[in-house]
Design a binder for this molecule. Structure first.
Ligand SMILES: C[S@@+](CC[C@H](N)C(=O)[O-])C[C@H]1O[C@@H](n2cnc3c(N)ncnc32)[C@H](O)[C@@H]1O
Length: 281
């Protein structure tokens, strides 16, 4: 490796600290190799040969405007797939939505937030399930807000175009009903049907922000497989903010390897990884 490619311990510490403070993502020493390789890939795309020089650019006033977001995109982990942790989707339609309706919810629409939506597989899975419910009950309307920190995945989510491998976890019934051959169908690509896409608004939201900038309270929030990347105190702060963002009695879904155990937050567990807001905080 060339001398100017040496990624000094100080630089990586500074960068790790910056990422953790601003985006919540833990960057312990064990992730140094991964961080470095992701930065290298991005650095080459923009024509730099040294990480130190690339980082100097990122934190220059021009870089902050034009490159910082791309660097953040490069370091996020966006793994996702349709109907991931499938029980959650059954619980949503069989238990959570009926409970919200029976607790006196009348105003339409019912609001669901997929708060770390990655490339859209999670909110589209939710939309497919809710689309079915809405067919049975025409008065039921849904709005889905889907957000992520990473703009690259959000672009893909908005296009809603997926390949054969990516759609393999979608039950055949939904595939036939909600996926259409895309303009690039020769490449085996499909696109989510327009009426389903119209249920979803995509936005870039940093979950570490003091204020999400979301005016309306939600009935359901999905925050799955992202808490694991955050420090415990940041996780607790985020769950408290979700508490304020939820309607009374609203529900929170977290990932199967995540937990609210030990947190002083206004939620009770209704099922493993499914929580209900119990009070204002
Ligand atoms: C592993 S994916 C999980 C996607 C989906 N929820 C699922 O369970 O399949 C984690 C997502 O969290 C996003 N993320 C990480 N830090 C974030 C932050 N501070 N604010 C918003 N999104 C963040 C990443 O960009 C990534 O797309």
């Amino acid at each position: 490796m060339e001398a100017n490619n040496c990624f000094s311990t100080n630089k990586i510490l500074e960068l790790s600290q910056f990422i953790e403070t601003n985006y919540g993502i833990k960057m312990p020493a064990s992730k140094k190799v991964m961080l470095e390789s992701r930065l290298r890939r991005r650095m080459r795309q923009v024509g730099y040969t040294s990480i130190a020089e690339y980082l100097d650019f990122v934190f220059s006033s021009e870089g902050k405007r034009h490159e910082l977001g791309n660097m953040v995109d490069a370091i996020t982990t966006n793994k996702t797939y349709f109907f991931r942790e499938p029980k959650h989707f059954d619980i949503l339609v069989a238990k959570v939505i009926p409970q919200i309706i029976s607790s006196g919810f009348t105003p339409s629409p019912l609001r669901v937030w997929s708060s770390a939506c990655s490339s859209g597989e999670e909110p589209y899975s939710i939309a497919m399930m809710l689309g079915e419910l809405a067919e049975d009950n025409h008065r039921l309307k849904f709005n889905i807000l889907a957000s992520d920190l990473c703009t690259k995945v959000l672009k893909k989510a908005c296009r809603a175009v997926y390949n054969e491998e990516e759609i393999k976890d979608i039950p055949l019934y939904y595939r036939k009903k909600y996926l259409l051959k895309s303009k690039e169908s020769a490449l085996g690509l499909v696109q989510v049907a327009e009426h389903l896409r119209n249920m979803i608004t995509f936005r870039r939201i940093n979950l570490m922000a003091d204020d999400f900038g979301v005016k309306k309270r939600m009935h359901v929030i999905f925050c799955r497989n992202v808490l694991i990347y955050f420090q415990k105190d940041q996780q607790e702060r985020l769950i408290l903010k979700f508490g304020r963002q939820l309607e009374p009695g609203g529900f929170l879904f977290i990932g199967h390897s995540e937990s609210l155990v030990g947190m002083n937050v206004p939620f009770c567990q209704v099922l493993p990884t499914v929580y209900q807001k119990i009070s204002e905080f």
